[in-house]
Design a protein around this ligand. Structure first.
Ligand code: DGL
Length: 263
């Protein structure tokens, strides 16, 4: 953007999007809704999932690898559709590459703004909650926020198990300590958990808001593409391609979840 004027782009190259696996598909859907003309290429690193319980150096190396993969498809910008990989690697990636790299963080800030006299529960991977980036975020907006690391939860989504007795039991266990508290909001601080919205919803009353960062991430991408004159030509219908480090079985699973988000 120059002098407040948005430059129109004509760049047909795709936007690359990656996650450790299925969670990023929920972000891909928001991007598709907001930017219908863009070609989108998704890379799920299913072979190396989960990221959230791995050491930070390993997550950084995997994120670097995922970006290289997306560059091999000629991506003009990359969305890290993963809170864990953003916390571990976004800064290093931005220092290395000069195209837009859009990351994510648990939506504690918007949740804090709607908190009344109750608490906010922030669900994320151990990797995200243990990160320096999260510590800084929490320092600013963490009043009344209780962080809940959820190892093992993303695996339900990877198995496409979005509504099973085992999932409900796992969620009940996670929320049991807060049964007697007034919960104003629950932050879905891992993109996988967005697929568990219905199951998480069932654990709370209507006064509890569920907050995620997906829509904000799509908006941020749009803004950056506008600023850098990287938008695709208007009026076209963008394509969506899905790849996985795990091969065809995972591509089919990711594609099924992508279609499911259309409903
Ligand atoms: N979907 C990822 C996130 O947003 C992490 C899941 C994982 O690989 O542990 O944090």
């Amino acid at each position: 953007m120059e002098n407040g004027i948005v430059k129109k782009g004509k760049d047909p190259r795709p936007v690359g999007v990656f996650d450790s696996g299925a969670g990023g598909i929920s972000v891909l859907r928001e991007i598709r809704k907001l930017l219908p003309a863009e070609d989108l290429v998704f890379y799920g690193d299913d072979l190396n999932a989960p990221y959230g319980t791995k050491p930070v150096e390993q997550i950084r190396a995997l994120a670097e690898n995922a970006v290289k993969k997306l560059l091999s498809f000629d991506s003009k910008a990359v969305v890290i559709a993963c809170n864990t990989a953003t916390a571990a690697a976004a800064e290093a990636l931005r220092a290395e590459y000069d195209f837009p790299i859009i990351g994510m963080e648990p939506a504690i800030k918007p949740a804090a703004s709607i908190r009344k006299d109750g608490i906010v529960l922030s669900m994320a991977t151990p990797g995200t909650i243990g990160s320096e980036k999260y510590r800084r975020l929490y320092e600013r907006y963490g009043e009344g926020v209780i962080s809940i690391p959820c190892p093992g939860l993303m695996e339900f989504v990877e198995r496409e198990e979005l509504d099973s007795p085992a999932l409900h039991a796992c969620l009940e266990r996670l929320f049991a300590p807060y049964r007697d508290r007034k919960v104003d909001a629950v932050v879905l601080g891992c993109t996988h958990y967005v697929f568990l919205k219905h199951a998480i919803r069932a654990c709370f009353g209507p006064e509890t808001a569920l907050v995620d960062g997906n829509e904000g991430t799509a908006r941020q991408l749009k803004k950056r593409l506008e600023e850098e004159a990287l938008l695709a030509p208007e009026g076209r219908k963008g394509e969506t391609r899905i790849h996985s480090s795990g091969g065809e079985v995972f591509v089919s699973r990711l594609t099924r979840l992508y279609r499911w988000t259309e409903e």
